[in-house]
Design a protein around this ligand. Structure first.
Ligand SMILES: NC(=O)c1ccc[n+]([C@@H]2O[C@H](COP(=O)([O-])OP(=O)(O)OC[C@H]3O[C@@H](n4cnc5c(N)ncnc54)[C@H](OP(=O)(O)O)[C@@H]3O)[C@@H](O)[C@H]2O)c1
Length: 333
């Protein structure tokens, strides 16, 4: 079977798509023939040794995928050969096969394609948890979403609109702005490469604030950080919540703490991966609501590109060049 191997931490081009022997599942494992896997921001970081944990080498990146059970270990009770499944794991999805503990794997129904099944759970799971549990979203809330056309950003726009909120989307280009409008964003701000100095930062903050009908946002969803964070925080409303989701733009920002005092505002951390483990029953309720919204057409995850798995290196490079819109899915045909 083929696998995208990271044999040393470093540039993306060091990854190799190569043949290795197929593995036998351990007693509690299933062997999945992978049909589709989603690209996520951590794939870009983990192979460079820049992520919060470093898997033992060699390993394949890729957190989530979907496929068909090929073999089951002797203690496996929840699955049988031929079952269609979605899986989530710390790494290993960019391959033709993976051995996974049966509790990392979930059934999918026949009417859901492998591509769709692989694409939305992490992005929508993160944004749902961020908005509903951490942001305590209400229908009359006004939300600013930064990086709004990316994986988690577009999911946040989609969910917030489905829940009745007013959404202002921040993106770097007109093309990305158009996608946010299609997803129902009420206003869009194009911020290009971001404010580079104090005056630009002040102007950006004023522009953001001008898009709020309340003089400041109830929730700010921030997956990008860096130079965008402080001006965005300055556009928050009274008792607003600033959701710290990620730092895709590079630097982890530092904020003057007095800004929270002046607005009675909160800075709220979001860590979906930890939430799925610590509060798994609550997370399952979230996933059930997401699946219900999907089935009833209230949300519509965007797969902007399907790329053959053997071209995973090119796909991972898209992340670093701000080239991902919605979700990119890698496929084994
Ligand atoms: N906290 C959690 O539980 C959690 C869960 C999942 C993901 N995350 C984090 O959320 C962030 C976004 O993840 P994602 O999967 O949505 O990634 P993505 O699909 O690649 O989207 C990232 C977005 O960030 C913006 N961006 C700004 N500067 C960038 C730069 N220098 N390089 C790349 N993108 C840049 C881009 O939009 P513009 O060009 O429009 O600015 C892009 O759409 C990552 O930091 C990821 O680690 C956190």
């Amino acid at each position: 079977m083929k696998i995208l191997h990271c044999k040393e931490y470093g540039p993306i081009d060091n990854l190799v798509w190569e043949d290795i022997d197929s593995k036998e599942p351990e007693d509690n494992e299933v062997l999945v023939s992978i049909k589709a896997a989603a690209l996520n921001f951590p794939d870009f970081l983990i192979v460079q040794g820049l992520y919060q944990f470093k898997p033992e080498l060699p390993f394949a990146p890729g957190n989530e995928g979907a496929g068909i059970i090929k073999k089951v270990g002797k203690n496996v009770t929840r699955f049988k050969e031929g079952d269609r499944v979605y899986f989530m794991a710390p790494y290993g999805a960019f391959a033709e096969e993976a051995c996974l503990n049966e509790f990392q794997v979930f059934s999918i129904s026949d009417d859901v394609s492998f591509e769709l099944a692989a694409s939305y759970q992490m992005a929508y799971g993160t944004s749902y948890h961020a908005l509903m549990q951490r942001g305590e979203l209400k229908t009359d809330d006004e939300i600013l979403v930064l990086g709004a056309s990316g994986g988690v950003g577009l999911a946040a726009v989609d969910i917030a609109k489905a829940k009745g909120a007013r959404v202002v989307a921040g993106v770097s280009t007109e093309e990305k702005a158009e996608i946010c409008r299609e997803y129902g964003a009420d206003e869009v701000i194009i911020y290009g490469e971001g404010p580079k100095d104090k005056d630009a930062s002040k102007a950006f903050s004023a522009e953001l604030k001008s898009k709020s009908t309340k003089g400041g946002f109830d929730i700010i969803y921030d997956p990008i950080g860096d130079c965008y964070a402080e001006p965005a925080f300055r556009s928050i409303g009274w008792k607003g919540k600033y959701l710290v989701v990620g730092f895709a733009a590079g630097e982890i920002p530092k904020l003057p703490i007095n800004l929270t005092l002046l607005k009675g505002a909160s800075i709220v951390g979001v860590f979906w991966g930890a939430y799925t483990g610590r509060e798994s029953e609550e997370n399952q309720k979230n996933i059930a609501d997401i699946n219900n919204m999907l089935q009833t057409g209230q949300i519509k995850p965007l797969i902007s590109k399907e790329i053959p798995m053997e071209h995973a290196i090119d796909a991972i490079k898209l992340i670093g060049s701000r080239g991902v819109v919605g979700k990119v899915v890698l496929v084994n045909k």
